[in-house]
Write a protein that binds this ligand. Structure first.
Ligand code: SF4
Ligand code: SF4
Length: 384
């Protein structure tokens, strides 16, 4: 296995039935457990009462514009790729009241509403979503005006991550250097191993909380063979990514592409539905709505998810800056893969593939980018 930071605990192995022990420990510590479960014909995130709520016997088949649940006969708990949900909806909820204002005789009293979610333990988090979490942290916690509700929710979060050995048809986390191996930001990481009739987990703590919890699971020391098996499975997953993206020189190449004809071609297919931004674990654009009661005594400010695919999103005193579908798609893709780098120091894309799977017409960020890069490489010098 790759070298581990010194604060990580020693690797250990445990039986699949002892995953339930982990759930018991989490419940004893008053965590609400959130993890993958089957609902509405998809593997989504929801509250888990026990391991019986995990999608054992289910997997998914994903491609551009297509998601299907499928049955399998293996005993694994985590044999599937990312579904439509991510941690974003819990840390940056789709709709929150930020403050209320009440008339008090001299004016208005403003009361900030800090939204608590309690102690949440996320089970089964993939490497791509942990990298997305790190991106959301930069947006909402770093900087001069941190979001107090986000910071509170984040401080109460426990992450039980899973190394991904079943990448989907639209995944490309390997290209974005965001997976499939969990390498940061977790309390406990598990690798589920099922082969030749053996089924077990290899675990490792990545924080003091993770060490405390891991110590309560019945376990034995992981052998060097177990660790080699983990490494082999991860290397195998790296070769089975459904998509790839060449990220070398990406920012510079995209900055040269503003007048590329491909934007217009994509815009002819794009429905401007905003699905890609809703499912994206890093998209954070939002809008504000102020509401008042009929008596004018009380007002509320709500923050709601918005999308750069709407004309209203870029509306400024009398007009929309991005009035064409072409300009909106171009804004989204160039932000993800170029301007985000200038803004936050990383790409805004972790390669989870959700925007490809859940785009109703199967528009594929990797395909669009590759088409632009390819024609850039064959264009005459000086082309914008
Ligand atoms: S842009 Fe697409 S692939 Fe990248 S993080 Fe967002 S949803 Fe995932
Ligand atoms: S790219 Fe696809 S998901 Fe995104 S707005 Fe266009 S049609 Fe909708």
């Amino acid at each position: 296995m790759t070298p581990r930071p010194s604060e990580w605990g020693p690797p250990f192995r445990f039986k699949p039935e002892d995953l339930e022990s982990l759930f018991v420990v989490l419940h004893e510590q008053a965590y609400k457990i959130i993890g993958p479960t089957v609902n509405d014909d998809a593997i989504v995130l929801g509250e888990l009462n026990s391991t019986a709520d995990l999608p054992v016997g289910w997997t998914d088949e994903q491609s551009g514009g297509s998601y299907r649940l499928a049955r399998h006969s293996r005993p694994e708990f985590f044999h599937f790729a990312s579904g439509p949900h991510s941690l974003k909806q819990y840390l940056h909820p789709p709709s929150v009241c930020l403050w209320t204002a009440s008339r008090n005789g001299h004016g208005f009293e403003i009361m900030e509403k800090v939204q608590e979610a309690g102690k949440l333990a996320f089970v089964g988090v993939r490497a791509c979503d942990l990298h997305a979490l790190a991106i959301l942290d930069k947006v909402f916690k770093a900087g001069p005006l941190p979001d107090s509700s986000y910071a509170l929710r984040r401080s109460q979060l426990l992450v039980i991550a899973v190394n991904c050995t079943s990448p989907g048809g639209t995944c490309f986390c390997e290209s974005m250097k965001c997976g499939p191996q969990v390498d940061e930001g977790f309390d406990l990481v598990l690798t589920e191993i099922e082969d030749e009739g053996r089924h077990f987990f290899v675990g490792q703590a990545g924080s003091e909380s993770g060490r405390t919890i891991a110590a309560k699971i019945p376990q034995e020391e992981a052998s060097s063979t177990d660790l080699e098996r983990v490494e082999t499975m991860l290397n195998d997953a790296r070769t089975r990514m459904g998509r790839r993206l060449d990220t070398s020189d990406l920012k510079k190449q995209l900055y040269r592409s503003y007048d590329h004809p491909r934007w217009e071609e994509t815009a002819e297919r794009c429905l401007n539905c905003g699905n890609c931004t809703m499912v994206c674990p890093t998209c954070f654009c939002n809008t504000m709505e102020d509401v008042t009661d009929l008596s004018g005594v009380r007002a509320e400010r709500w923050r709601k998810w918005d999308s750069c695919f709407t004309t209203d999103f870029s509306y400024i005193h009398g007009g929309s800056i991005r009035s064409s579908a072409k300009s909106r798609y171009r804004q989204w893709l160039i932000h993800k893969l170029a301007t985000w780098v200038d803004q936050f120091g990383t790409f805004g894309c972790v390669g989870c593939g959700r925007c490809i799977t859940w785009c109703p017409v199967g528009i594929d960020l990797t395909e669009e980018t590759a088409a632009i890069l390819e024609s850039n490489s064959t264009s005459t010098p000086g082309m914008k």
